[in-house]
Design a protein around this ligand. Structure first.
Ligand code: SF4
Length: 295
């Protein structure tokens, strides 16, 4: 079975076969991995379990990363919500906590599921598990959502590498946000057109995001970028579910993502040579970290 390589193809296939996106994803994965569809679901379940464990571990910890730049913010947010009602409703509060919890776990070298990358690992789990837990959905629904997120990431990766070093952070956190948006639409019962539209909306509104990690570590701005982009995904999902359309279709937005990635200066693509990585605060901590390494 030849896997779909564009969102237009995917939409057409869903229409022709009267199947949901996750069913197509399941069939394609089964063919690519040469295993049964049941085994594909088992593998997805394992990833889901790793995502849930990363959230749980992250929520328990206030340990800082080795550089001390990040690590204790989820604990602060938890304390804040214990004492304050907050502006966000419950599922949104959980989503930003889960995104921080997961990405802080990554910075502490804990176990996470890269989705699509380690730097962007908090976005898909936070959005999916946050909404899934709030609505008390069955595990099978979450597996369907993760399969949906997976095929979205794979189709985008057909055209461009999902790496900050190639396309800036739009290719990592931006793509994660598009995957999360599609997954949330699936959980909420949206159709294939709405899922693909959520992808276009999420991606279109994050184009040009640069990759400028301080000291070359996947910590600042990466960790805090995850909760922002998880909420970004929710906005795209809500708009798509209301049948608000992206004027530019998803495949064309992916083409633009690739174009912008190619036009972006190499100094803004994970090389820590510009952007936040060259601010006075960044230079100071980079020098301190270099001195510690030399000792
Ligand atoms: S800033 Fe760069 S390293 Fe950090 S998450 Fe984004 S793409 Fe990854």
């Amino acid at each position: 079975m030849k896997p779909t390589t564009t969102f237009a193809e995917l939409a057409e296939l869903c229409q022709k076969t009267n199947k949901k996106i996750y069913e197509i994803a399941q069939e394609e994965e089964s063919s690519l991995l040469e295993c049964t569809e049941q085994n594909v679901r088992k593998r997805v379940q394992e990833t889901l379990k790793a995502m849930q464990e990363a959230i749980n571990e992250g929520l328990k910890s206030d340990e800082k990363s080795a550089s001390k730049m990040v690590g204790a913010d989820c604990a602060k947010l938890k304390k804040y919500y214990e004492k304050n009602e907050g502006l966000f409703s419950q599922p949104y509060q959980n989503i930003i906590k889960y995104a921080l919890a997961t990405s802080e776990q990554n910075a502490r070298m804990g176990k996470i599921a890269a989705c699509p990358t380690a730097g962007a690992c908090g976005i898909v789990p936070a959005a999916m598990i946050g909404i899934g837990t709030y609505l008390k959905v069955e595990n099978e629904i979450l597996i369907n959502a993760l399969l949906t997120a997976g095929i979205i990431g794979r189709i985008i990766s057909e055209k461009t590498a999902l790496a900050g070093a190639v396309g800036g952070c739009q290719s990592e956190c931006g793509v994660a946000s598009a995957m999360a948006a599609g997954a949330v639409v699936e959980i909420l019962g949206g159709n294939a057109e709405q899922i693909i539209n959520a992808v276009a909306l999420a991606l279109k509104n994050i184009l040009g995001l640069v990759c400028d990690p301080i000291a070359g570590l996947v910590e600042v701005p990466c960790v805090k970028r995850n909760p922002f982009l998880a909420i970004h995904a929710l906005t795209a999902a809500e708009l798509a579910l209301a049948d608000i359309k992206s004027f530019v279709p998803a495949d064309e937005v992916v083409d633009v993502l690739k174009q912008i990635g190619a036009l972006m200066s190499p100094t803004l693509k994970e090389s820590a040579q510009a952007g936040l990585a060259t601010t006075p605060s960044a230079i100071k901590i980079t020098e301190e970290l270099n001195k510690t390494c030399q000792k």
